[in-house]
Design a binder for this molecule. Sequence first.
Ligand code: DX5
Ligand code: ZN
Length: 222
Amino acid sequence: FQPVKIAPSILSANFMNLRADIAAIEEAGAGYVHVDVMDGHFVPNLTMGVPLLKQLSRATELPMDVHLMIANPLEQIPWFVDAGADSITVHAEALGVDELVRAVALIRESGCAPAVSVKPGTPVEALLPVLGEVDMVLVMSVEPGFSGQSYIAGSEGKVAQVVAASRALGVAPLIQVDGGIGPATAPLVAAAGADVLVCGNAVFAADDPGAALREVAAAADA
Ligand code: DX5
Ligand code: ZN
């Protein structure tokens, strides 16, 4: 049994005080820094990219977990590799099957951990072409685009489906869940088999981000 890891999403951090926010999550035992890259095309919102990742990755030893919500990941993967990504997640919806396979291989060849994600409305079958090749699967529990949304009820069922599909293939990628995760929802997804929980507002909207992180981790492992 491995304790669940928390990946705070920097999108919800205080950009005027990033160093203190990073220190707080380091100290509280975060497993990764989750970096939400949105391009205004694949999702309506526009967030952050290479320049911020470059500086963040130099500022902490925590691994950079880059979630690409962009329309052209194949073109941009090398940029994020160079900027210090440790894991890179691409969306199955952004790519045709051949491109998805190529993107995962490119991430692997670049020395990063490849991961694949599906939006809430996308069936687990969309993961199958790369399920045997990825180190992590990201199950979205909100529509990607914005932090601070409510967990879509029943998303833990998708986690269980990914666990079952992985077992059937004889592989065991980490399973990450992203969207509306906090002390109330962490136990549901952890019980279903989640290994990594992304937390935006649950951590960074709190007065004490470190204490909030510990609270989610404790709820997940209870
Ligand atoms: C949504 C992003 C999430 C989001 C999480 O598109 O992928 O990582 O920032 O924020 P919360 O935890 O507030 O839902
Ligand atoms: Zn994310």
